[in-house]
Design a protein around this ligand. Structure first.
Ligand code: HEM
Length: 436
């Protein structure tokens, strides 16, 4: 009898125990299957799916055969798709390109420079809130500040409004993280969708105000955008874009920033090099964005954090055409994940991959760099993270604000552990600020 499972030729398992095993320890689950089956393996989390690992797979998914993969279908049946319906992330093909072209300038250099001062101010205040010897939870500290940054610089809430909006944003994000997309009254998704409606209603007056002001910052640029026929974007559409930018940029930056501080607290010599780099290259208390971007050792630190601690372990797509990937045929409608986490830990790409070693990015080391698709913490190809420049700007500001004032040490009483899903973040990491 013909084998009716179109993925049967791919190594792996479709046991019903795959999902509970994955949920009990996602990192171990992925590492074990990659070690056992190699770069293409199948599994089953309710529905059958495939993991594709490594630079070659990333290149196929993100660049060469990207038209054969749908984002929208990748998120089919998820709460994320309902909460961020109509957003850039849920679009493919020409509608996606159209919206990305609109959003790109609002996330570009001009907008970065417009928002830089507000980001620097929030981080200066956050750093000043720490006293000499203060212990703090790395994730909580960074999360509070990145929330303010996202609400203020991306969504343009005044600093006073940030607190009032916080519960709504929290409900929105929580709703998106529901494991199923069912809208049950007062359930997680329902609360998220109601928060979405309320946020959109509250954001619309801000969009109106932005239309009558100079086109500055992200909101200003969106409010003044004109389509080829001269039509502006609707208030509702702009509000939807802002919600996605907020969500896509908030927890990802919070987890990356807190991992970075945690890794630095275990690499005190490297921290001293960063502090010295700041002293020798930055003037005064308020360095410019250009000056921050010219610090090479800070740049290596950001890349190494992206490599070792990518904010999300894997991302979904669904095939919309048959194609061959890593020597195996994939039929239409295959759910597939690429994984920065596993790629970044391939020893053939990165020696001693578990070590936090920013110097590995020093071009003077002479070793041929890993291919571009070996580092995909911000995705890659034409749909690379739209907010990458904004996120890196904020992480640079964070390093400058904290390391200029403090040495960050590890509190030996802390019990740091990684929480792998939905965002790969840390919990219980206690750090100590020692004034310089
Ligand atoms: C450290 C922080 C961040 C990380 C690690 C990160 C990571 C990523 C990754 C991996 C993707 C691609 C997902 C995929 O291939 O399916 C992505 C897409 C995206 N990111 Fe980010 N991101 C960060 C910050 C931001 C910020 C600050 C914003 C907005 C202000 C943002 C907005 C977006 C958007 C809109 C997309 C979808 C782009 C498209 O599909 O065209 N991200 N991000």
């Amino acid at each position: 009898m013909a084998n009716r499972d179109p993925l049967a030729h791919i190594p792996g398992s479709d046991s019903l125990f795959e999902l509970p095993r994955m949920l009990s320890d996602p990192v171990r689950f992925l590492e074990e299957r990659y070690a056992r089956h190699g770069p293409l393996f199948r599994s089953r989390w309710v529905v059958p799916l495939v993991f594709a690992i490594g630079p070659e797979a990333n290149k196929t998914v993100q660049v060469t055969q990207r038209a054969s993969f749908s984002y929208e279908q990748g998120y089919r049946d998820t709460a994320i798709k309902r909460i961020f319906a109509g957003s850039l992330l849920m679009e493919d093909g020409p509608p996606h390109q159209h919206d990305r072209d609109i959003l790109q300038p609002a996330m570009g250099r001009l907008a970065l420079q417009d928002t830089f001062a507000a980001v620097a101010q929030i981080w200066a205040r956050t750093a000043e809130s720490l006293s000499d010897g203060a212990t703090f939870d790395a994730y909580e500290l960074v999360r509070r500040a990145t929330f303010e940054v996202s609400a203020n610089a991306l969504v343009h809430l005044g600093l006073d409004d940030v607190t009032a909006f916080q519960p709504l944003f929290e409900r929105l994000i929580d709703g998106a993280m529901g494991s199923v997309d069912w809208r049950i009254p007062f359930g997680r998704v329902d609360r998220g969708l109601r928060a979405r409606d309320e946020l959109i209603q509250r954001l619309i007056p801000l969009v109106d105000q932005a239309r009558s002001r100079e086109p500055r910052g992200m909101l200003g640029l969106l409010a003044h955008h004109r389509e080829p026929d001269g039509a502006p974007l609707s208030n509702h559409r702009i509000a939807e874009h802002l919600l996605l930018l907020f969500w896509a940029g908030y927890d990802t930056t919070a987890s990356t920033g807190s991992w970075m501080l945690y890794e630095l607290s275990g690499a005190l010599e490297w921290q001293e090099r960063l502090a010295a780099e700041q002293r020798s290259h930055l003037d005064g208390d308020a360095p410019s964005l250009d000056a921050l971007e010219k610090l090479p050792e800070h740049g290596w630190t950001l890349k190494e954090t992206e490599r070792l601690r990518p904010a999300v372990l894997f991302f979904p797509r669904r095939t919309v055409a048959t194609l061959e990937l890593l020597g195996h045929a994939l039929p239409v409608d295959t759910l597939i994940f690429y994984s920065g986490y596993l790629t970044h830990r391939m020893p053939e790409l990165f020696a001693e991959p578990e070590r936090f070693e920013p110097q590995r990015w020093d071009p003077a080391r002479g070793k041929a760099a890993a291919p571009a698709t070996a580092l995909v913490g911000f995705g890659g190809g034409p749909r690379i993270c739209l907010g990458k420049a904004f996120a890196l700007m904020q992480l640079r500001v964070m390093l400058a604000a904290l390391l200029r004032r403090f040495r960050i040490e590890r509190d030996p009483d802390g019990h740091a552990r990684a929480v792998p899903l939905p965002i790969y973040r840390m919990k219980g990491a206690r750090l100590v600020a020692r004034r310089r």
